[in-house]
Write a protein that binds this ligand. Structure first.
Ligand code: NDP
Ligand code: 2IT
Length: 446
């Protein structure tokens, strides 16, 4: 690694030793940026560019009190990490999951800066959320939590300031409650959130965009390497928003999805997963994936998530959460002949797993490139809100396909120019970084 990047990373590791996910993301990013940092070391160092790049512009943390159905007051912690606004207003999702803390939101916000840059659209990087667990809560409890969360967050966001969206635990229902409360407090009907419902400013295609985009990019990667999706066996982890629409599109492309999971376990259906059943269980009934085997003959359920990676497949699409795929899982996939990995989740592969894939010659599309379709479509929603019109599904999908293929090309070119051809991890970090670095330098020491 360049001396400059190494020093910044060493310093970061001491200062934020208690933030392992953030350090993991920063280590991967700073290590792979070496060629561009070496090339511009003097200029970057004089401008304190990396020291600024790794430090969020602002972190807001706040108390979220809400009343449960029994009349008791509960308290959660709320956060918004406004990481970088060099190329546009802060943009990124809100996560509701008991594991949420500052380290996880800083890693997600940091990744988001580069991801948003790769889309080619004018959006900066941010992320937020709370350690609130929506599981097992009534609709009214979720609404009261969301209203309380927004009663604090509204002060810091706006259509041209910071535009949150969904992530784990936040879908159309939660975005609706957030939006209603924002509008009520500010009296503004503006595109302050994306992933809105179709009757109140949402974009067609946003629900599908992350999963579909993942498949468009994975297909582009396969084709650039003389391979194809059709006829391949596919394993998709997770069964949430990203996983469901990744499974839908990859099936449409001729792949056969044989396994999906949730945080309790995974189902294996050698006949090909029936997505209508998955959607009914997960989107409509909000139940556990093990229900699937009660409804579909020939499928089996196994407790625990990691075992899903022992199922033979040629395409693996991890779409659940960070670090869900470790070195042991990577080795199992490689031994079973995996050809391509497309990360639908953010940082689902550990650094060791990523290295194992790359060493074995597996085509590997990192999350910040592969799952950028969601935020790209969010930016299209922002555009439609500003123009006060809505595009058709076909228009949005066309644009999404163009953006994903464009991202793959940018990433492949940056890999070939600065790193190693086919190293899409380095390519994504470098291509994303150069645009942000340029903007930061032009805007002075801010
Ligand atoms: P959802 O909440 O819709 O689904 C999450 C899925 O992952 C569920 O199946 C969930 O299982 C599983 N999961 C969550 N946490 C864990 C865990 N700790 N261990 C095992 N499984 C877990 O979220 P999304 O589909 O929106 O998000 C999935 C991933 O994609 C995340 O990494 C997110 O950051 C990323 N992403 C999302 C985008 C979007 O537009 N929504 C855009 C880009 C990336 P269970 O139901 O049991 O909790
Ligand atoms: O990780 C992500 O890119 C998202 N959760 C989507 C963010 C967005 O603003 O649409």
């Amino acid at each position: 690694m360049s001396d400059y990047a190494q020093r910044v990373l060493d310093d970061l590791k001491v200062r934020y030793a208690h933030e392992p996910e953030f350090i993991q993301a920063a280590t991967e990013i700073l290590t792979t940026l070496k060629p561009v940092i070496d090339k511009n070391a003097e200029k970057y160092e004089a401008a304190g560019l990396l020291e600024r790049f790794v430090e969020p512009e602002r972190i807001i943390t706040f108390r979220v009190p809400w009343v449960d159905d029994a009349g008791k007051v509960q308290v959660n912690r709320g956060y918004r990490v406004q990481f970088n606004s060099a190329i546009g207003p802060y943009k990124g999702g809100l996560r509701l999951h008991p594991s949420v803390n500052q380290s996880i939101l800083k890693f997600l916000g940091f990744e988001q800066i580069l991801k948003n840059s790769l889309t080619g659209l004018p959006i900066g990087g941010g992320k937020g959320g709370s350690d609130f667990d929506p599981k097992g809560k009534s609709d009214n409890e979720v609404m009261r939590f969301c209203q309380s969360f927004m009663t604090e967050l509204y002060k810091y966001i706006g259509a041209d300031v910071d535009v949150p969206a969904g992530d784990i635990g936040v879908g159309a229902r939660e975005v609706g409650y957030f939006y209603g409360q924002y509008k009520r407090i500010t009296n503004l009907y503006e595109g302050v959130l994306t992933g809105k419902g179709l009757t109140w400013g949402g974009s067609l295609g946003r629900k599908q965009a992350t999963g579909y985009g993942l498949c468009y990019l994975t297909r582009a990667m396969l084709e650039a390497n003389g391979k194809q999706v059709a006829g391949k066996t596919v394993v998709v982890s997770g069964s949430g928003n990203v996983a469901i629409y990744a499974a839908e599109k990859i099936t449409e492309m001729g792949g056969k999805v044989v396994a999906m999971s949730d945080s309790n376990g995974y189902i294996h259906d050698p006949n090909g997963v029936n997505l209508d059943v998955i959607k009914q269980i997960k989107e409509v009934e909000r139940k556990r994936i093990k229900e699937y085997v009660e409804r579909v003959d020939g499928a089996t359920y196994t407790e625990g998530c990691r075992g899903i990676w022992t199922i033979p497949c040629q395409i693996a699409l991890p779409c659940a959460t960070q670090n869900e795929l470790n070195e042991e899982s990577a080795k199992a996939l490689i031994a079973n002949g995996v050809e391509a990995v497309g990360e639908g989740a953010n940082m689902p592969s550990t650094i060791e797993a990523t290295e194992a894939f790359q060493k074995a010659g597996v085509l590997f599309a990192p999350g910040k490139a592969a799952n950028a379709g969601g935020v790209a479509c969010s930016a299209l929603e922002m555009t439609q809100n500003s123009m006060r019109l809505s595009w058709t599904m076909e228009e949005v999908d066309q644009k999404l396909q163009g953006i994903m293929v464009g991202i793959f090309n940018k990433v492949a070119e940056a890999a070939a120019e600065y790193a190693t051809p086919g190293d899409y991890v380095a390519g994504a970090n470098i291509a994303g970084f150069l645009k942000v670095a340029d903007a930061m330098l032009a805007q002075g020491a801010v």
